[in-house]
Design a protein around this ligand. Sequence first.
Ligand code: B9F
Length: 128
Amino acid sequence: TRKCVLTGRWRNDLGSNMTIEAVDSKGDFSGSYHTAVADYPSTIKVSPLQGSQHRTDQNRQPTFGFTVNWNFSDSVSVFTGQCFVDEKGREVLKTMWLLRLCVGNITDDWKATRVGTNVFTRLQPQKE
Ligand code: B9F
């Protein structure tokens, strides 16, 4: 099987787009995230992401995590997942996320974290 590479442009099942820049020798990467959904869609802005991939070059289907700092709200999301190559040779990122909302009082902490899953596929599939 070919190697799954994080660098590039991706779209998820919600229609959100993200771009991941080069992964460095430590596995660190940065990028940008354009969410397709928000409570007030008119306020959406492309937001920065920072991530880390496990053991660069050691694994053909690497695990990774990244943080998105939503610059149009006071919330933060973290994603973790694995980069797979499916049976048709297409790269797929299977992820889970936590979205932390900012609440005004510690008594509201219980309702401040949302959880979900997202599946990303490459926007412009690369040839062999
Ligand atoms: O809409 C979110 C937000 C947080 C506080 C006010 C607005 C920020 C964008 C989150 C995008 C999530 C989804 N997009 C995606 O691609 S991150 C996980 C999902 N995957 C609305 C009001 C309170 C919480 C959400 Fe808010």
